[in-house]
Write a protein that binds this ligand. Sequence first.
Ligand code: NAG
Ligand code: NAG
Ligand code: NAG
Ligand code: NAG
Ligand code: NAG
Length: 568
Amino acid sequence: MKGSLFWILLVHIFLVAYQGEVGGSHEVQKNLHYNPKQPYRTAFHFQPAKNWMNGPMYYKGIYHLFYQYNPYAAVWGNITWGHSVSHNLVDWIDLEHAISPTEPYDINGCWSGSATILPGKDYPVILYTGADFNNRQVQNLAMPKNPYDPYLREWKKAKQNPLMTPVNDIDPQFFRDPTTAWRGPDKRWRVVVGSQINGHGTALLYHSKDFITWTKSQKPLHFSNKTIMWECPDFYPVSVIGRNGLDTSVHPKTARHVLKASFNDHDHYIIGSYEPQTDKFTPDTDFMDSNVKLRYDYGMFYASKSFYDSAKRRRILWGWITEADSKSDDVEKGWSGLQSIPRSILLDKTGKQLSQWPVKEIERLRRKEVNIQNKEIKGGTIFEITGITASQADVEVSFHLPNLHNAELVHPEKLVDPQILCSEKNSSTGGVIGPFGLMILASENLTEHTDVFFKVFKSQHDDKYAVLMCSDQSRSSLNKEVNKSSFGAFLDVDPTKSISVRSLIDHSIIESFGGRGKTCITSRVYPEFAVGDKSHLYVFNYGKKSVTISNLCAWSMGRAKNFPAQRK
Ligand SMILES: *[C@@H]1O[C@H](CO)[C@@H](O)[C@H](O)[C@H]1NC(C)=O
Ligand SMILES: *[C@@H]1O[C@H](CO)[C@@H](O)[C@H](O)[C@H]1NC(C)=O
Ligand SMILES: *[C@@H]1O[C@H](CO)[C@@H](O)[C@H](O)[C@H]1NC(C)=O
Ligand SMILES: *[C@@H]1O[C@H](CO)[C@@H](O)[C@H](O)[C@H]1NC(C)=O
Ligand SMILES: *[C@@H]1O[C@H](CO)[C@@H](O)[C@H](O)[C@H]1NC(C)=O
């Protein structure tokens, strides 16, 4: 049975008051230099010290990350809730496990769930899926033993568990991952649980007055007959005005709603209108509609969760990033899986999609800066960015395309599947406008490199431009056991203005944000030679026509601090 995946996020209060507790430089993990025995361990992404992970987080002056964790091995199994806290979303303190399989209703695993902060109380409660003694999936409640402990170290399970069981048409194997709950105008709570009914991905809807007794609604919040089981659903409002995030239980007229579901290895979302009186959700387009297949990320990014950060009035999205190497490599490394950089998430100005951007806090790790402006990159050339640590960096570049009118004309039919376009036209296949972009984690002799690039086409039909964004892993590593398939998507920007990308590079992960976060692609790569200080970074242009770097800023990135467990 497939592992259930997820998270929860929480943010925080007592920020200032407790900052002191973390102090003590003796606790700080030594600022590890590059470790040749662990070339793929990251420096500024969240990873537990060892073993298998995936998972979420929550709130309170302090950010809590709860994550799915196997305490015993670097493979899925014995699923427990790991728990870490942070004051800044960058440096983390490891705590004891929050929830472990101990009761008949969760003895086969404490799977994903979400935290909800109850009004009038400053602390969260957690709804999570238990795999029970019969391996049925049921929903359980847990709450902090001591709500006054800002770290919420210890958790207790509700006497009434399980609160929701798979009755009637619910398949006990397809009933998991409760969302953060929200309250309607009738003061009743709503929560959604991921399911598959008659083969269709479904968001089951439950109501409750007291958070203990839950009643299943006749009508699900939504279902789609073009998809299978929905894991880790997420449902939240986004504002059509301003740059602030919205809390789950607010219902302003200016809100639209996002429904996300995880299936087919990706996090898909749709945008629509939600009426809290009737719980009617009407999406603008449905999952897998042929022309609009919206995804948080077109690379590796799954089972994400978002949460509302009330301190900074923003919605933050986190995803679980798996490995692309073999299971035996994971066992050898001793770990598997990490968290994406937390991303602020907003409704894009077009209203048709979301945009995502790494949280500001990550910029505190920026060190040495290199800046380049107005540099022409002729067709067929590459240009090295020197002076930073290329294997641990943050790079932002914007391009100006003076020769755009020469863009290749293509039949609109060809502009249907960007994934195929990116695999057919890898970064070494020259075009007219592009491929141009960043050549990342490149070895000295360029045997190994990962390319994040753009190509611009003009549709024969209407002369409109189409911007393709790709991440080509085909030459990322000489290791044959690694999955090197390419990723691609279209980017909805006007190339007559500019095209930009920001890539966060951290040894074995590259997170790229095209067009200020309209299209995101995350890839995992395992170079054998382009490791540590042997890694290089270039801007390349293999198109016929030159492109211009209007602005490039690149920074070496420092190492986040991981404070060791403060277990009792
Ligand atoms: C689960 O934990 C037990 C020890 O309690 C261990 O023997 C077993 O190998 C573990 N399974 C996995 C898949 O990690
Ligand atoms: C899927 O749902 C749509 C709309 O509800 C319906 O028109 C269509 O017939 C359904 N298809 C299948 C295969 O059930
Ligand atoms: C890149 O694409 C070209 C043309 O399709 C192909 O010949 C070449 O093998 C590809 N290179 C890689 C590394 O996939
Ligand atoms: C590139 O460098 C690597 C490591 O030094 C070496 O194994 C490989 O043969 C080189 N490839 C070429 C084409 O020079
Ligand atoms: C490699 O990754 C791609 C994209 O994630 C996936 O579709 C494909 O099934 C994977 N291949 C293997 C052999 O796992």
